[in-house]
Ligand binder design. Structure first.
Ligand code: NAD
Length: 336
């Protein structure tokens, strides 16, 4: 059987590794092989790929997407690219944005140039709802123009627009996904859910930003990965697809759920100064992905959250070393 050779950038991170485990797992397609290209920044974890490490259809390359000498020859050996690699944490982008511009913008440009040069069949660019900026009511459709409010979101908007332009200018088959906030297992403990869960499991206090009323739409990684696969296999070139989760919660209600799940109380919550430029609310309209591709989030949030907390409780050796790193969340800041 001929195999589609997929290059997955950032495949040792949270969402990328789940995508790879799903593709090469028992329910995945048997006509794909996967190469992960990952620079192994602080956010990556080799153990996240243990499940697939022995698969004959899996290969790992440690390298930087900004390096044309690594990217060019690798892309030449592949049919498709699914591009997750990024600096992904808003708070880090506020204190130091250079790496966000380098990886998210320059790295994407290096990949797109190589994809064009070597005639890549399909390039899926994984973007974010943060490119739309904050909206108080309603949901953003794909027609909405971008209006980012953090260096992270601006770097993602730049790479997202660059990817789309490679379709318009060069007819490269680029497809862009814009998803909401992901949650699930194997997420580095710096974003709100894994950060709060890991701190609460250690009996520590959790830092809640501002008045805690910022709203996010929560998307389980299983649903996100299914959405990305639908876009890769059935989406159209040059199109943007929003992928939403269907559970909107403000951070106070989310914190309430996390305290309950970890058997903790509000005494363990510390209100801290709000994040600079903190977007109040994101919401994406995912009806296009539903109508065109049959996408619909399936994971019940209560069930997904309980499974996520159970995973962190049972896999302390995966996340605990990160909480003692000098620049890790032990000293750090809350985030979404
Ligand atoms: P993550 O931070 O967990 O993982 C990012 C991965 O990219 C890591 O494995 C890291 O080592 C790798 N990487 C970073 N710089 C690299 C470089 N220069 N070369 C090669 N690899 C490099 O991120 P994630 O949460 O899995 O997010 C994946 C993608 O999804 C990102 O593009 C992010 O912007 C997007 N996204 C994430 C969320 C979310 O809720 N996590 C929401 C919307 C969009």
């Amino acid at each position: 059987m001929s195999q589609t050779r997929i290059l997955v950038t950032g495949g040792a991170g949270f969402i990328g590794s789940h995508y790879v485990r799903t593709l090469l797992g028992p329910l995945g397609p048997d006509d794909v092989s996967v190469t992960v290209l990952d620079a192994f920044t602080y956010a990556a974890n080799r153990a996240s790929l243990d499940e697939v490490a022995d698969s004959p259809r899996f290969r790992l390359v440690v390298g930087d997407i900004c390096d044309p000498d690594v990217v060019g020859p690798l892309i030449a050996e592949h049919d498709q690219v699914v591009h997750f690699a990024a600096e992904s944490h808003v708070d880090r982008s506020l204190s130091s944005s250079a790496e966000f511009v380098r990886t998210n913008v320059m790295g994407t440009q290096v990949l797109l140039d190589a994809a064009l040069q070597h005639g890549i069949g399909t390039f899926v660019h994984v973007s974010t709802d943060e490119v739309y900026g904050s909206i108080s009511t309603g949901s953003c459709s794909e027609e909405q123009s971008v209006n980012p409010n953090s260096p992270y979101a601006a770097s993602k908007a730049a790479s997202d627009l660059l990817a789309l332009v490679y379709h318009r200018s060069h007819d490269l088959d680029v497809r862009v996904t814009r998803c909401s906030n992901n949650y699930g297992h194997h997420q580095y403990p710096e974003k709100i859910i894994p950060l709060f869960v890991s701190l609460l499991l250690q009996g520590r206090k959790v830092p809640l930003y501002g008045d805690g009323m910022n709203v996010r739409d929560w998307l389980h990684i299983d649903d996100h990965v299914r959405g990305i696969e639908l876009v890769r296999t059935r989406g159209r070139a040059g199109e943007i697809y929003n992928i939403g989760g269907g559970t909107e919660l403000d951070n106070r209600r989310l914190t309430e759920r996390l305290l309950e799940a970890c058997g903790a109380s509000w005494d363990q919550v510390e209100y801290v100064t709000d994040r600079k430029g903190h977007d109040r609310r994101y919401s994406v309209d995912w009806s296009k992905a539903h109508t065109e591709l049959g996408y619909k989030p399936q994971k019940d949030f209560t069930e997904g959250l309980a499974e996520t907390v159970a995973w962190y409780r049972d896999n302390r050796d995966w996340w605990e070393p990160a909480t003692t790193e000098a620049d890790g969340p032990a000293t750090g800041t809350p985030a979404c």
